[in-house]
Design a protein around this ligand. Structure first.
Ligand SMILES: Nc1ncnc2c1ncn2[C@@H]1O[C@H](COP(=O)(O)OP(=O)(O)OP(=O)(O)O)[C@@H](O)[C@H]1O
Length: 290
C-alpha cells in the first residue's frame, strides 16, 4: 500500500511532529510505503495532482484543517483513490462532525488502519468554489473575516469577534429558489450545510454528508440578551437550539439577497455577495471511515 500524506505545516495551534513521527512508526510496523507533501499555500493543487499521477498512491490523507481537506478532496473528485483525514487544524469541522479521533497519534493509527469508506457529497458555490463541510453568509462569515485579518488561531479568537460581528450584521431578506419551491426568508445568517454540525460542536441540522442533499439553515434571530442573562459565555450564543430550526433540505438553490453579506466556505473568507448559487455534487469522494 502507498499513502500520500498532504500536510499543512501552518494549520492548527501546535506542531504536527507527533503525527509525523507516528506515521514513520506505523510504516515500520505495518510495512507500507509513504510520502509527505507539505503544502505551501500556493500551487498546492498542481503539486498534489503531480504526486497522484507520478506516485500513484492508494490513499491520500489530508493532514490539516478543513482547508486542507478541501484541497485534497477537490483533486480526488470522481476518482477511485481513497481519501483520509488527519485532523491537525484548529477547528476540523468535517472531522469533528464525523466523530473522527482528534488526538494526533490515535488519528494516524485510525486513518492507516481504516478499511471502510463512504462516498461523501461536496457542495459547489457559484459553479466554482467547492465546500466539504459548511459555507455561510452573515454573522459567522463576518467573524471569519475578522479572525483571518488578525491572523490568530484558536477558539479565543472566534469568541472575541463574535459580539462585534453580531452587532454589525444587519437583518437581510432572501429569496431562495430550489427545485422544490421558492421561499422568502429574513435573518442574520444563512448556513449551507453538507454535514450536520459546526466544528465547534453546534448542531444545525439532521443532514448527513452522504445523503445527496444539503441543508439551508436560516438564523432569523440571535438571542444575545438571553445568553447574557443566563450568565453564559459569548461562545454559547450558538448553543440556542432554536437558532437553526428554520431549515430547507435541497439539492440545489439560487439565493438573492436584499444587500451584500459576507461569505465564507470551510473557514475561508470569500468576500461579500448579494446572490449565490449552491448545488450538491453527490458521492464525489471516497472517504475512509476509522
Ligand atoms: N505552508 C503554508 N504556509 C502558510 N499558509 C498555508 C501553508 N499551506 C497552506 N496554507 C494555508 O492554510 C489554509 C488552510 O488551513 P487549514 O484549514 O488546513 O487549517 P486551519 O485553518 O488551522 O484549520 P481549521 O480550518 O480547522 O480552522 C489555506 O488558506 C492555505 O492557503
Amino acid at each position: 500500500m502507498k499513502i500520500l500524506f498532504v500536510v499543512n505545516p501552518a494549520s492548527g495551534n501546535t506542531s504536527n511532529n507527533k503525527a509525523v513521527l507516528r506515521v514513520h512508526e506505523m510504516a515500520v510496523q505495518k510495512g507500507f510505503d509513504f510520502k509527505f507533501l507539505y503544502t505551501r499555500g500556493r500551487n498546492d493543487d498542481e503539486a498534489i495532482r503531480h504526486q497522484i499521477s507520478e506516485y500513484k498512491p492508494d490513499r491520500v490523507i489530508a493532514g490539516g484543517g478543513d482547508g486542507t481537506v478541501q484541497l485534497v478532496a477537490r483533486n480526488l473528485i470522481r476518482t477511485e483513490t481513497l481519501m483520509g483525514i488527519l485532523p491537525l487544524g484548529s477547528a476540523n469541522g468535517l472531522a469533528t462532525a464525523l466523530g473522527f479521533p482528534q488526538n494526533p497519534v490515535r488519528a494516524v493509527d485510525a486513518v492507516i488502519e481504516a478499511t471502510h469508506f463512504i462516498r461523501i457529497d461536496l457542495l459547489k458555490f457559484n459553479g466554482q468554489h467547492l465546500c466539504i463541510h459548511l459555507g455561510d453568509i452573515g454573522v459567522n462569515a463576518l467573524m471569519v473575516k475578522k479572525y483571518d485579518a488578525e491572523n490568530r488561531k484558536g477558539m479565543i479568537g472566534y469568541a472575541k469577534h463574535l459580539l462585534s460581528s453580531i452587532k454589525e450584521s444587519p437583518l437581510r431578506s432572501y429569496t431562495i429558489k430550489t427545485p422544490e419551491g421558492t421561499y422568502e426568508k429574513e435573518g442574520y445568517m444563512l448556513a449551507f450545510a453538507n454535514a450536520h454540525k459546526y466544528g465547534t460542536g453546534v448542531h444545525i441540522s439532521e443532514g448527513e454528508v452522504w445523503d445527496g442533499k444539503f441543508e439551508i439553515c436560516n438564523v432569523p434571530r440571535i438571542a444575545l440578551d438571553e445568553v447574557i442573562k443566563a450568565g453564559l459565555t459569548i461562545v454559547n450564543v450558538f448553543i440556542d437550539k432554536n437558532m437553526f430550526s428554520d431549515v430547507i433540505t435541497c439539492t440545489s438553490a439560487e439565493i438573492s439577497i436584499s444587500g451584500e453579506m459576507d461569505f465564507q466556505i470551510d473557514g475561508e473568507y470569500m468576500g461579500a455577495v448579494d446572490s449565490l448559487k449552491v448545488e450538491i455534487i453527490p458521492a464525489a469522494v471516497k472517504l475512509l471511515i476509522p
